[in-house]
Design a protein around this ligand. Sequence first.
Ligand SMILES: *Cc1c(COP(=O)(O)O)cnc(C)c1O
Length: 409
Amino acid sequence: MNKKFPFTGISSVAMHASGQENADYAHLTPIYATSTFTFDSAQQGSDRFAGADKTKIYSRWGNPTFTVAEETIAALETFGIKNPDGSQLEVKALLHASGQAAMSTLFLSTLQAGDSVLSHYSLYGGTHEILNKLLADTGVTATIIDMRNLELVEEALKKDPKIKLVHIETPANPTIQCVDIEEVTRIAKRYNKLVSVDNTFATPYLQQPFRYGVDFVFHSTTKFLNGHGTAIGGVLLGRDLEYMRTKVWKWHVLLGGNSNPFDAFLLTQGMKTLELRMDRHCANAMEVAAFLDRHPEIAHVNYNGLTSHPDHAITAKQMKHPGALMSFELKGGLEAGRKFIDALQMCVRAVSLGTVDTLLSHPATMSHAGLKKEERIQFGITDGLIRLSVGIENIADILADMEQALKKV
Ligand SMILES: *Cc1c(COP(=O)(O)O)cnc(C)c1O
C-alpha cells in the first residue's frame, strides 16, 4: 500500500494506492495463476499460517492479484474519510467470485436463526430472493419496508428487537429510488444495529457510505468497477477490521466463494478509469433522461437526476452525480416497450449494467421474473418498465438510436 502520498483525487488512488512488489519488476501486478504458494522452510509455512496476512498460503485464502484489487477498492471507499481522532479510516475488503457470493458471506457470517434483516422494498432481484427465500430456510427473517420513510424505519426497529442488520441499496434497482444513508444509519445506530450498503449503482466515486458510519459496503464488481463487462465479481468491505479478519474471513474461505487471479486482474485494470468513465456515464445519462422525459411516446422516466424524481433531494445530498441507471415506460406499455427494444440498432439488449456500452433490459420478464406479480407491481416494476444503463458512447449516437427506435413503436 502506498499510504504516504497525499492523493487529491480518486483516479490517482485507483492507479497508485495499491502496488504489490514483484520479483520480476513487472509494471502491473501479474496474474498469479497459482492454487498454492511455496514455503522456503517448514518454519516459514507455520509462520504464514500463524500470521495476520494469510494471502500467500492457498488461493482460496487470498492471492497477490486479489490483494491489489481489494486494497484499491478499500482505498476508494475510504478516500478522504477520517476517524474521529483525525487518522485515515481503514477498512478490510474481501474479493469474491460474484456479488451474490459476497452478499452470502455478509448475511451468513452476520445473521443467525432468530435474527431479522430490515431492508427497502426496491432491491436487486438476487438480493430479494436471498432475503425472502433462502434465508427463510435458515431461520432468518426479512422485514421489507419503504426505507425512504424514516418513521417506518424507526417504528420497525422499535417494534422488532430481532432485527440485527439494516441493509440499504441506493440507488435501488430498477426504480432508482434512493434511501438516505446518513439518516437511516443514525436511527439504526441508536438501536445498536449493524448497517450494510449495496453501493453497486453509485460506485465510491459518486457515494461513500462509510462517511456516514455504516459497518459494511458491498459491490457487485461485475458492474461499474470492472466497467467493461469482462468478469463476474463481488466485494465485501467492513469497518471492524478484527471482525473482518476473523468471523467474516472464516465464512468467506469456508464457503469458498473466492475470486480468481484473471478476473481480479481485469477488475484492477477497469478501476483505473473509474472516474473518467463515471463522468461520461453520468453526463450521457442526464441527456438521455431529458430526451426521454420530453418524448411524446414516453409515459414516465425514473431518473434521480430529474427534479420530478421523488428522491432527487436525497440524491443531491449524498451523491456527486445521479448515476447512469434509469428506467422508463412507454405510453404503449409492454407491447410498445418490446417493439422499442427490438428496433434498437446500436444500444445492446442485455441484462447487467455499468458496462462501457449502453444496455437495455426488461425487468418484469428478465431480472425480476422470479418475483410474484403483486410484489413486482408494489415495488414499482410494472409490466412495461424498461431499464437502461447508459454507456459512454458518443451521446449523439445513443440519442439517434433511441429516436429511430421510438418511431417504430
Ligand atoms: C448485479 C448486482 C448484484 C449481484 O451481483 P453479481 O455480481 O451478479 O453476483 C447485487 N446487487 C446489485 C445492485 C447488482 O446490480
